[in-house]
Structure formats: C-alpha cells, structure tokens
Design a binder for this molecule. Structure first.
Ligand code: NZQ
Ligand code: ZN
Length: 399
C-alpha cells in the first residue's frame, strides 16, 4: 500500500426530511447571513427552496437566494453571484442542488472570501488560502461534490472555452444534507448519468498503480456492485426509496477519496482521471451531460490502456461481475462488455456518435484533442500517461 493522508471532514445528515435541519447546521458552522445558490428551476418547482427559506427565517438567519446555475456551470454566473454575495455580506454559502450548483457555491465562497482576486485566478494556479464555509442540500446523486475536495467550472469568457477542476481542502463542504426523497423528481436521464458518474469516480481510482491494497479494493468493488445493482432500478423506478438512498450514499462514498486510498499512479496522484479529462473536453465543446461523456469514452480508454496491467482489469471482472474466465485477457474483455451493458441499462451512450447524435468528423477529433490537451500543453492520466496523440486515438476508437 502506498502512503496516504486522508481527511474528509464533511458532516453528513442523511435521510427523510433532513432538509429541516438546515438552519441548525448553518448556525453550527457559524452562518448568520446565508447566500443560497440554486439551479434552473427544479428546486423552486418542487417547493424545496421555499422550505429552506422558511426554515432559515423561522430560525432568524438572514438570507439571500439566487438561482440560474446551469449544468456545466459557468464562470460568468459564479462571478455575478460572488458580487451579490459580497454586497450582501454573506458569511456562509448554501448550495441547494447538484454538482453544478455545489461547484458554483464553492467558487462563490472562494471569491467572496478573497474580494481582491478574480475567482478564476484560483483555477489558474493562484494558491487559495482562505474561503467561506459551504453547506449543501443535495438534490441529485451524481458528482459527489458534497463530499469531494474538487470544484469544476467552465470558463465561457475565454476565446477557447475550457472546463477545469481544482482540488483544495477549501472545497470540502462543512455539511451535506442528503434526503434521497429529494432526488425522486429527477428525469431518468439524469439518474442514469448520475449513476454512471458515481461508477466512474471509483473506476478512476481503481485503475491506478495498486499494490497490496486489499481493503481499499474491497470497498471499491463493493461500491461498483452496489451501483450496478441499484442504478438500473433507480432509473426504472425513481420512487424506489431503497434504490435512491443506496445511490445517494454511493455518490458520496465514491468521491470522498476512500475508494482509492493508497493507490497512486505514475504521476504520483491518487487515481487516473483520464476518462474525466477526455469527458470534460467533450462537455466544454458540446455542453454534454457529464456522466454521459464518461460512458461514451470509458471502454475505448480501457482497451487502449489495459496492457499496462491486464491483471487489474481481469480482477475487476472477476470480483465485480463474478466472471470465471481463467485467461486474464478474456476476463478483462468480459468485464468491459458487462460494464457497457450496465451503462446501456442506465440509458447512457456507448460512443461519441450515440452521445452527440452524429458521426464525429476528423476536425472534431482534432478539436477535442486540442481542448483536452490544453493546446498540446499537458498530458493526462496516471495509470498510463497519455499525450495529444493518445487522446486523439482514444477519441477515434470512441467515435
Ligand atoms: O437546474 P435544475 O433545474 O435544478 O436542473 C438540474 C439539472 O438540469 C437537474 N436536477 C437536479 N436535481 C434535481 C433536478 N431535476 C429534478 N429534480 C431534482 N431533484 O439535474 C440537472 C443536472 O444537474 P447538475 O448539478 O449539473 O448534475 P450533477 O450533480 O451531475 O453535476 C454535474 C457537474 O458536476 C461536475 C461535472 O463536471 C458537472 O459540471 N463534477 C463535479 C465534481 C466535483 N465537484 O467533485 C466531480 C465530478 O466528476 C464532476 O466533474
Ligand atoms: Zn465525474
């Protein structure tokens, strides 16, 4: 097992009607003037925003709410919200929504605590030394931002649009309210994309340079099996509380770091994350749903890199699906085939053509590889390090 350091201090309050504990949690983490961030319309339409506002008002907590965050959230919106939060004098940022809303709330917290900086500076290498506390009321099981140390934004104000994440301890939410019933209004496509993303947050960590990581492997394989079991049930029956609650808990555990402890790739960081980088370039250029971009490239990535450690892919197939093939390569192939069947059962695309609805042309492959490599300026991955030509080859296979 490689050395690791693990600290993930988010207080999780899980279960039915837990959103009524929001005001108490806000107070516990020092909030007296709360700036609430939400999305397009789902949280308004369901009455959730009104329930949260009542809960805060009844407990004497000053608040200001602002909506309009879109999926693949934009820097321009985060800047607008940051100005409003500074003017309001916010001392805690509350996200009511999914990954896009939570990541925007994190950005607003960083921007509000550092009014002398433009918040994109922190996405461009300026070290973050302070922020405001962020709390979350989660409405979709997917990105895991409620427990992760990451925040991903799309910069729509640059000539070449870029979608980029940062990892910092300041991205950890102080608390996460998780009521699975709040996710029952989700469209099936979003439930499927969410389950795929949850699977991927463990896959990205599982396929790393792993030696003797037995407990972490068992946790990861258990997580895979649980998402594979309950994901399709949730898609088919969003009112199934057991499935929605399993999925919600999987989402947080998958991205809190615990399914990859001790796994370090060649680049020395936890996990691989190449599929995420390949997928984020697709989202940057086509505004595609995050989870769907991952299923479109995953199998191609696997086949491109699997010779790096074929035994790892065989272990995945045997432990997750019970594949009995004695030959490692045959087992590995069967694991990929069954995972694609799982993605299909979630209603997710298995190729770029299925994702984008057209045959991807050579110019598009070049544009995707340019975006993913930041104009030939970076490599991605750790299990196997991939340069521009590798990225293009994988997009070609995923066509
Ligand atoms: O905007 P509204 O109207 O709320 O609709 C949203 C949105 O259209 C809808 N939705 C959410 N909860 C709902 C609901 N509709 C009905 N009922 C509900 N209860 O779902 C749509 C998608 O929402 P979004 O927040 O975009 O979903 P998700 O949680 O999948 O977040 C995706 C974003 O998170 C980033 C992704 O790149 C993407 O930008 N990620 C963030 C990570 C992190 N911070 O750790 C890690 C991930 O790998 C990911 O990159
Ligand atoms: Zn993801």
């Amino acid at each position: 097992m490689n050395n690791f350091r693990y600290y993930a201090p988010t207080e999780i309050v899980f279960g039915k009607e837990t959103e009524l504990q929001t005001a108490a949690l806000v107070k516990k983490y020092g909030g007296s003037r709360v700036f609430i961030v939400y999305g397009g319309q789902s949280a308004k339409k369901s009455g959730l925003i009104d329930r949260i506002l009542n809960n805060l008002n009844e407990n004497g907590i000053e608040n200001m709410a602002m909506g309009g965050v879109v999926p693949n959230p934009l820097v321009s919106k985060a800047r607008e919200m940051t100005s409003a939060a500074i003017q309001f004098g916010a001392d805690l940022i509350l996200a009511v929504g999914g990954g896009s809303v939570i990541d925007t709330a994190k950005a607003v917290a960083h921007g509000t605590a550092n009014p002398d900086h433009d918040l994109w500076e922190f996405w461009s290498g300026t070290p973050l030394t302070k922020s405001l506390p962020v709390g979350t009321v989660l409405t979709i099981s997917a990105a895991g931002s409620e427990t992760s140390d990451s925040a991903v934004l799309t910069n729509d104000t640059l000539e070449d649009v870029v979608k980029k994440g940062i990892n910092t301890p300041f991205n950890r939410c102080k608390f996460a309210v998780m009521n699975p019933e709040l996710t029952m209004t989700l469209p099936k496509y979003q439930i499927g994309a969410g389950a795929a993303d949850i699977f991927m947050h463990t896959s990205e960590r599982y396929f790393g340079e792993v030696t003797g990581n037995h407990l972490t492997d068992e946790i990861a394989e258990g997580l895979f099996r649980t998402v594979i079991r309950f994901g399709p049930i949730a898609v088919n029956d969003p009112h199934n509380y057991e499935a929605m609650s399993e999925l919600m808990w999987c989402g947080s555990v998958s991205h809190v770091g615990i399914t990859g402890l001790g796994s370090k790739g060649n680049a020395g960081r936890e996990g691989d994350w190449a599929c995420h980088q390949l997928g984020m370039a697709v989202s940057a250029l086509y505004d595609s749903t995050h989870g769907a971009t991952l299923t479109a490239v995953w199998a191609s990535w696997c086949r491109y890199v699997m010779d790096t450690d074929i035994r790892r892919f065989a272990q995945f197939a045997r432990k997750v699906y019970g594949v009995e093939e004695a030959d490692d390569r045959c087992a590995a192939e069967e694991g990929i085939r069954r995972t694609n069947a799982f993605f299909a059962s979630l209603g997710m695309p298995l190729s770029l053509r299925e994702l984008l609805g057209h045959e991807v042309q050579e110019e598009e492959l070049i544009a995707l590889s340019e975006t993913c490599s930041w104009g030939h300026k970076r490599t991605i991955g750790a299990f196997r390090i991939l340069d521009y030509e590798d990225m293009k080859a994988i997009y070609q296979m995923a066509k």
